[in-house]
Design a protein around this ligand. Structure first.
Ligand SMILES: Cc1cc2nc3c(=O)[nH]c(=O)nc-3n(C[C@H](O)[C@H](O)[C@H](O)COP(=O)(O)OP(=O)(O)OC[C@H]3O[C@@H](n4cnc5c(N)ncnc54)[C@H](O)[C@@H]3O)c2cc1C
Length: 480
């Protein structure tokens, strides 16, 4: 990560005041403040260091690293951090690992908590809305509904105001010049209003984000024109000569961070920490409810451990094992070193006759689970999905039948990166739908309904407009 700065000493006084508990606004953090923060970070993490230390880039080196960066930047700092390429797959594989670890576990997709009947929680299966609600009972309930936590508590008959979420929007750009200038680095920079933004290569695209806007209703989170203008203005502050604009956007997305409700005027001042407020048993509700406020990917393993410890304490049990060092899903037995990747690709070819190209794709997307996937692909005639580079028909059949897919959009948006990478067009979504329909036994009416649902989600939430009568998808601002 590179953090460029426009001054040497900017932000020193606000930083000192913050150290003593005041909340002054930061404006233009200088190299001194950034480097001091990063060195403190190095020091605090010194016993468990797995990444290189932070560093300093003088004016000339900064310019060499980031071609075309604005003249106003005097220097920069560097540090290393971990990143998740496919959070949606990590979430899914966690759920599947949980089910595999205990046959008493069940993961139900598109099942909404809608009410409570005494000690039973009532869930509506969206795939079969006319059916009787499912009932579940338990000694402790954990509400992990993210930005919807208060709504889920309400369904249990409890009025809470734990969440004060902020919306964050991101855009995906198809821009070779920007991709090349980044050279694999993330730039962490300040916008004109001193908010933190970031831009980094995401596979063959570039991801630019994000905004931080209070939003009470998480279902309303979409990336607006104003947010796009804001993000482009921030990016032009870094690379003034970059010819980039809305035609380069292939996808947008927006979500609400489940932050703790606070009286802060500035969204940047809301704590990003997590907490677990408890609703103790009361009235006809015989179980406590623990709400997981402020979850983040960065801290989810620690938060999960704290939550389980609290549940064990309430049940009067002691911990028998820890998952602290346990790999997740396709991370079990996977190593990303080039030698190991080459060995895994060769092993798939030897065991299942997988072509090197498809083996590379499987290993990159599914890690160690690629072997199960390749065996499935080899068990029947397989062929590439027409109009979609990389995927095969059997691979999509595997995802549809083994990975809790209920709707077409689950596979397109939440099992694969095909939508976020702007790979969809009118023809290939029909082809994907045909494969999923065959795997899940959908008739023609259901397939049409699924296609319509997908098109609607793509245009409403991601600004991807797929023309039914065109072979290429087109993406543009609604008003332009
Ligand atoms: C813009 C943005 C940027 C972020 N950046 C980062 C980052 O850089 N690093 C980081 O670590 N984290 C980041 N996060 C945080 C992280 O992505 C999420 O906040 C975190 O995943 C929240 O996890 P969660 O499991 O608590 O909630 P969620 O992931 O929101 O999951 C809640 C689930 O509950 C379901 N649900 C809601 N209501 C009901 C109901 N009644 N019945 C059943 N299910 C229900 C929802 O459908 C959803 O699937 C970011 C978040 C956003 C929005």
């Amino acid at each position: 990560m590179v953090v460029p700065a426009r001054s040497w000493f900017g932000g020193l006084i606000p930083a000192m005041l913050r150290f003593f508990g005041a909340r002054p606004r930061f404006k233009e953090r200088g190299v001194g403040v950034i480097l001091a923060g990063l060195k403190l970070y190095d020091f605090l993490g010194r016993h468990e260091r797995i990444l290189p230390r932070s560093g300093f880039l003088g004016r000339r080196r900064l310019r060499r690293q980031l071609r075309g960066i604005a003249d106003s930047f005097v220097a920069g700092c560097t540090y290393h951090d971990a990143w998740i390429t496919a959070p949606e797959r990590l979430g899914l594989e966690l759920a599947m690992d949980g089910c595999a670890a205990d046959t008493g576990s069940v993961a139900l997709n598109h099942c909404e908590l809608v009410g409570r009947d005494g000690d039973a929680l009532l869930f509506r299966d969206a795939a079969d809305p006319a059916s009787e609600p499912l009932r579940a009972t338990g000694k402790v309930v954990i509400n992990a509904a993210g930005a919807w936590i208060d709504r889920a508590n309400k369904a249990m008959g409890e009025d809470t105001a734990f969440i004060g979420g902020t919306k964050g929007s991101h855009i995906l750009l198809d821009h070779d010049d920007l991709h090349a200038r980044l050279r694999g680095k993330m730039i962490y920079f300040e916008s004109a209003d001193s908010r933190i933004c970031l831009v980094f290569p995401y596979l063959d695209k570039v991801l630019l984000g994000s905004t931080d806007i209070p939003l009470a209703e998480p279902d309303d989170a979409v990336c607006t024109d104003e947010e796009i203008d804001y993000l482009f203005a921030a990016l032009h502050g870094i690379f003034p000569g970059l010819g980039i604009g809305t035609p380069d956007i292939v996808y947008t997305y927006s979500g609400v961070r489940p932050l703790v409700r606070s009286g802060a005027d500035d969204p940047g001042d809301i704590s990003r920490d997590h907490s677990m407020p408890a609703l103790e048993p009361a009235g006809d509700r015989g179980f406590p409810v623990l709400s997981l406020v402020g979850g983040k990917w960065t801290t989810f393993r620690a938060f999960a451990q704290q939550t389980t410890d609290e549940v064990l304490r309430r049940l009067g049990k002691t911990r028998r094992s820890t998952t602290e060092a346990r790999p997740i899903g396709g991370g079990d037995g996977f190593s990303p070193t080039p030698e190991h990747l080459a060995r895994q690709v060769a092993a798939l070819g030897a065991a299942h006759g997988t072509s090197p190209k498809h083996a590379q794709h499987l290993v990159a997307f599914y890690g160690a689970r690629a072997d199960t996937m390749a065996a499935f692909c080899a068990a029947a005639p397989d062929r590439p999905v027409a109009g979609l580079v990389g995927y095969t028909e059997r691979e999509l059949t595997f995802l549809a039948t083994r990975e809790l897919v209920v709707h077409l959009e689950d596979l397109v948006l939440r099992r694969t990166p095909m939508a976020i990478l702007g790979q969809l067009d009118a023809a290939n979504i029909r082809e994907v739908c045909r494969i999923v329909a065959a795997a899940l036994g959908w008739d023609a009416a259901r397939s049409e309904a699924e296609l319509e649902r997908l098109r609607s989600t793509l245009s409403r939430q991601h600004r991807v407009v797929i023309g039914e009568d065109r072979q290429e998808f087109e993406h543009r601002r609604a008003t332009s």
